[in-house]
Ligand binder design. Structure first.
Ligand SMILES: Nc1ncnc2c1ncn2[C@@H]1O[C@H](COP(=O)(O)OP(=O)(O)O)[C@@H](O)[C@H]1O
Ligand SMILES: [Mg+2]
Length: 302
């Protein structure tokens, strides 16, 4: 079932089109990553979906209807969450529950349940000021889940954490995704690849690529021959091979050339023959596949 459906969403700040007409759906039960480099428009998009920022135009449908107040359906963890350092973890959750209009009895029950869930039961009476980065972020997750939202929106949930904190939060997200639909942003591809089912890649306020992670990776997987030369002197040859019909792109970085092919078998044979015949000094000749990383770089460069 479609949980969220976004059409032509736009946000302008003066002359800046932070979000420039994005359209996508989120299916219930999926974990979706919103990928993009800094300034791509991720935070702005997530704030509109969370009801914190009024769109300039476009529509957001939740479970098929245009909701007047979407906040009760959504749990949101901002990119830079602010905690009251003098509160204890437990007090903070009770406070968050009040803001979300959860009744006192449910707040008590739910906060204990969540503290246990995010591994902060023992630390619940300690001041937040003494928490580690990972603990704070886990408390942030508990806060976002306090009113049992249907969709959890997390803005760069692991970006500010050290490797240990990162691991803690990613593991937690993996558990949460069993029962709650998640949309999270990141500029780190590895995180997206690790836990998401679907990806949306944003660039300059637009969605450049979207779909199921596996499908997108498969779709953009292209055969490449990577040749490392002894020196950069073989450039002339590289310029010449561009005319072959089996060569689609030649990328050169220092002594390394990445040659994208349309026909791997034939291309490999011809290129090897030429290298031998012309006695080109190579160090390495390898067959590789483009990865999501290559794809991401391609999109971001464009
Ligand atoms: N409140 C604002 N006022 C003016 N410009 C903004 C504001 N918020 C974001 N922007 C601009 O919108 C663009 C997208 O920003 P943002 O959504 O924060 O990107 P991301 O989260 O992907 O890094 C950037 O160019 C940013 O400078
Ligand atoms: Mg951001």
């Amino acid at each position: 079932m479609e949980l969220l459906s976004v059409t032509d969403l736009v946000k302008k700040f003066g002359d800046t089109n932070a979000v420039n007409g994005i359209t996508f759906n989120i299916e219930e039960g999926r974990c979706v990553s919103l990928l993009g480099s800094n300034g791509a428009g991720k935070t702005t998009a997530l704030k509109m979906l969370s009801g914190l920022l009024e769109p300039t135009s476009g529509s957001i449908y939740f479970q098929g209807t245009k909701q007047r107040d979407i906040r009760k359906y959504i749990g949101y963890l901002p990119q830079y969450p602010a905690f009251f350092n003098w509160m204890s973890g437990k007090e903070f959750l009770i406070f968050a529950a009040e803001l979300a209009k959860v009744n006192r009895k449910e707040a008590e029950k739910r906060s204990e349940e969540l503290l246990e869930r995010v591994g902060l039961l023992d630390a619940r009476k300690r001041k937040i000021g003494g928490y580690s980065g990972g603990m704070k972020q886990r408390l942030g997750l508990a806060q976002a889940l306090i009113h049992r939202p249907k969709l959890l929106i997390l803005d760069e949930p692991v970006s500010a954490l050290d490797p240990l904190g990162r691991r803690e939060v990613l593991d937690m997200m993996r558990e949460i995704k069993q029962e709650t639909t998640i949309l999270f942003s990141t500029h780190v591809l590895h995180d997206a690849q690790e836990i998401s089912d679907d990806i949306l890649i944003m660039n300059n306020g637009e969605i450049a690529i979207s779909g199921e992670l596996e499908t997108v990776m498969e779709q953009y997987r292209k055969p490449i021959i990577r040749i490392e030369f002894e020196s950069a002197e073989s450039l002339e040859w590289l310029n010449r091979i561009e005319i072959y019909s089996f060569v689609s792109v030649v990328n050169i970085q220092g002594n390394v050339a990445s040659i994208e092919l349309t026909d791997m078998e034939y291309g490999r044979q011809i290129l090897l023959e030429e290298i031998v015949n012309q006695r080109l000094p190579i160090r390495k000749f390898e067959l590789v596949q483009t990865t999501l990383e290559d794809l991401f770089m391609e999109v971001v460069k464009a």
